[in-house]
Write a protein that binds this ligand. Structure first.
Ligand SMILES: Nc1nc2c(ncn2[C@@H]2O[C@H](COP(=O)(O)OP(=O)(O)OP(=O)(O)O)[C@@H](O)[C@H]2O)c(=O)[nH]1
Ligand SMILES: [Mg+2]
Length: 297
């Protein structure tokens, strides 16, 4: 497996600023990519916001496996003080309302108490947090009903923390996408890179494509063989050769150009062209609340 780590200075700066801002935050909206709900869980966020109610949003469900998404929502909802919604931020016109409703529900008890004491509850203050490119700015724009925040299909677009009075009942804080200094294992880095949450420039994309092909072959046997008309049980390098042959990516001497095939494969995967795939399944043994003690080794 290719070894990937991406924790530039701007992420550490954002992490510090987020910790500071959390004091004024009622609720954390943690966005995770529905295709990799575990790899996109930031352990730093757990340390920073242990005691805040949490709404986990699984985004990009339009590209994830619907059955796996259902399984994940059930699994993630089963925690105290945590709620979970799966959303398609691009096509579901009602997702903004659903998110507001769920956020207010998490704060209901506190708001009811305030009302009972004659205080009119102010708008709930929520911090949107998550890995790069997961859809934080897009989500806030949806709720606000206008494209105030810059959003684009590459990691690292948002660079500063910005409050937006998105709804009369909900203030939202946009934050830069942050990763963490040390991934649990090499698979986590590959999964994050596969969905486009790690800057491509620092990657060996051929190695990444091969890792990803292997993971897809494990979870969805025969799928890639069918799409790229490859031999059954072909190894990842053989798969890249098949892709090169099918898509006419050849070098001067007519040899398959596996580098360009790797780029094409990653682009197709990231745009959902290979179908709706989820690259992880819930592991009931593994506790969601696991700390991040060894992150600073
Ligand atoms: N298909 C699909 N694309 C989405 C969805 N949500 C967001 N996107 C796309 O994902 C890309 C990244 O969205 P952003 O809102 O910029 O992500 P971000 O989390 O703010 O990213 P950073 O600021 O870089 O951390 C954009 O091209 C969005 O259009 C979704 O539910 N489905
Ligand atoms: Mg953003």
């Amino acid at each position: 497996m290719v070894k990937i780590q991406w924790y530039p200075g701007h992420m550490e700066k954002a992490r510090r600023e987020m910790t500071e801002r959390l004091k004024a935050v009622d609720l954390v909206i943690e966005l995770r990519d529905a295709r990799i709900p575990e790899a996109s869980r930031n352990p730093l966020l757990h340390m920073m916001a242990k005691d805040k109610p949490r709404l986990i949003l699984l985004t990009k469900t339009d590209m994830a496996d619907p059955a796996a998404t259902e399984e994940w929502v059930r699994y993630l909802k089963s925690r105290e003080n945590t709620s979970c919604l799966a959303v398609d931020l691009m096509r579901d016109s009602r997702c903004g309302r659903k998110i507001i409703r769920e956020a207010l529900l998490l704060m209901q008890e506190k708001r009811e108490k305030q009302k009972a004491r004659g205080i009119r509850p102010r708008a709930v203050r929520a911090m949107a947090a998550g890995i790069p490119n997961v859809g934080k700015s897009t989500m806030i724009n949806r709720i606000a009903g206008k494209n105030t925040l810059k959003a684009a299909d590459k990691p690292g677009v948002t660079r500063s923390l910005t409050w937006l009075h998105a709804d009369p009942d909900l203030d939202l804080l946009d934050t830069p996408g942050v990763l963490w200094p040390k991934f649990d294992d090499e698979k986590t880095g590959s999964l994050l890179a596969a969905v486009g949450s790690i800057n491509d420039d620092i990657l060996d994309r051929k190695m990444l494509a091969m890792d990803t092909i292997r993971m897809i072959q494990d979870l969805y046997p025969q799928l890639l063989e069918g799409i790229y008309e490859a031999e059954e049980g072909v190894n990842p390098n053989g798969m890249l050769k098949a892709i090169a042959a099918r898509r006419h990516l050849l070098k001067e001497k007519g040899e398959p150009d596996t580098k360009r095939a790797a780029d094409l494969f990653l682009t197709e995967l990231r745009h959902g062209k290979l179908g709706r795939l989820t690259l992880e399944r819930p592991d009931e043994e593994n506790s969601e609340d696991e700390g991040a003690e060894d992150l600073h080794e």
